[in-house]
Design a protein around this ligand. Structure first.
Ligand SMILES: O=P(O)(O)OC[C@H]1O[C@](O)(COP(=O)(O)O)[C@@H](O)[C@@H]1O
Ligand SMILES: [Mg+2]
Ligand SMILES: [Mg+2]
Length: 313
């Protein structure tokens, strides 16, 4: 039995998407057991980027790698692996993955996720991923929250599937997600305020000024600490998200990784009618110079992203 309704999925990509969804069904069951199972949030090492790896980061990576091996994937690039793995020389696709996003939320029962991006595979492993984000042929995230769900794009809109506990499969819920043009909420890690650049500071001050300020409307603030949860909220009811570069050492390009966080979210957001930039340039025009390279990310409602770009001059 398939793990996802075939509707809207290009035939050639179906085995890959089905393998991702079958793994998400299993992962969702592990996550749902939480503290009844093994400790998912325990530290087990460091990844190539120096981030602490938790047990669930490693488990999720192993599960996706194993499931994707017989599913048409030639090159596999993961947040948890230093280099690109060759899964199947004959595979047509290159798949980049953040197997478990939002890992600081694992132990506190707050939404976490998986993010993926798909390209046609090139001959050489890294070349499959170090190319313009506009060359992605699919991208998506799976959110493990009150519902387990997947937002996915194949370049013709962003579609929403929900894991139906009754059928055990992802069922199509919304054929075309529509990100509102105007926003009432903004998201940024405000604890970094003292490190921000002037344009970021100016934007946040405009939001905080509310109805008395230039915006002429009140804005609410949200910060979950899970990019997947934040993106899902914004795709659903609008808003803006910023993880900009700041003055901290190591944050010259923000925190999020281009290949398996920034590029796929940008593709999903643009296909839903929103915008995604590094502050100035559309993310889809950019490309990573190294597999784990970071990239500042600003996305959300078109009006707000345009205003942020204006402030960046
Ligand atoms: O620690 P901060 O500044 O709140 O950063 C939160 C961001 O870091 C991330 O957790 C990074 O992802 P990982 O959990 O995959 O490393 C994003 O999901 C989130 O947007
Ligand atoms: Mg992540
Ligand atoms: Mg991760």
């Amino acid at each position: 039995m398939s793990a996802i309704d075939k509707a809207l999925i290009p035939e050639a990509l179906f085995p890959t998407i089905d393998a991702l969804c079958a793994t998400a069904v299993k992962l969702s069951a592990v996550i749902a057991r939480g503290p009844l199972g093994q400790s998912l949030g325990a530290g087990v090492g460091e990844n190539s980027d120096g981030d602490q790896q938790k047990a669930l980061d490693v488990m999720a990576d192993e599960m996706f790698e194993a499931a994707l091996r017989p599913a048409g994937v030639k090159h596999y690039a993961s947040e948890e692996q230093e280099t690109v793995l060759v899964l199947d020389e004959a595979g047509a696709y290159a798949l980049a993955i953040d197997p478990l996003d939002g890992s600081s939320n694992i132990d506190v029962n707050v939404t976490i996720g998986t993010i993926f991006s798909v390209f046609e595979a090139e001959e050489e492993a890294e070349a499959s991923f170090l190319r313009p984000a506009s060359e992605q042929i699919a991208a998506g995230y799976i959110a493990y929250g009150p519902q387990t769900l997947m937002a996915v794009t194949f370049g013709t809109g962003t579609h929403l599937y929900v894991l139906d506990p009754e059928t055990g499969a992802f069922e199509l819920a919304t054929g075309q997600m529509d990100l509102p043009v105007a926003a009432k909420e903004f998201s940024i890690n405000a604890s970094n305020r003292r490190h921000w650049t002037l344009p970021v500071r100016a934007y946040v001050e405009e939001c905080e000024a509310g109805v008395e300020g230039a915006k002429g409307k009140n804005m609410n603030f949200r910060w979950v600490g899970s990019l997947v949860a934040e993106t899902h909220r914004i795709l659903t009811r609008g808003g803006t998200f910023l993880y900009p570069s700041d003055a901290r050492k190591g944050y010259e390009k923000g925190r999020l990784r281009m290949v398996y966080e920034v590029a796929p979210m940008a593709f999903l957001v643009e296909q839903a009618g929103g915008k995604a930039t590094d502050g100035k340039t559309p993310i889809l025009e950019l490309q990573a110079g190294a597999l784990h390279e970071r990239c500042p990310l600003v996305f959300g409602s078109a009006e707000e992203v345009d205003r942020i770009a204006e402030l960046h001059g």
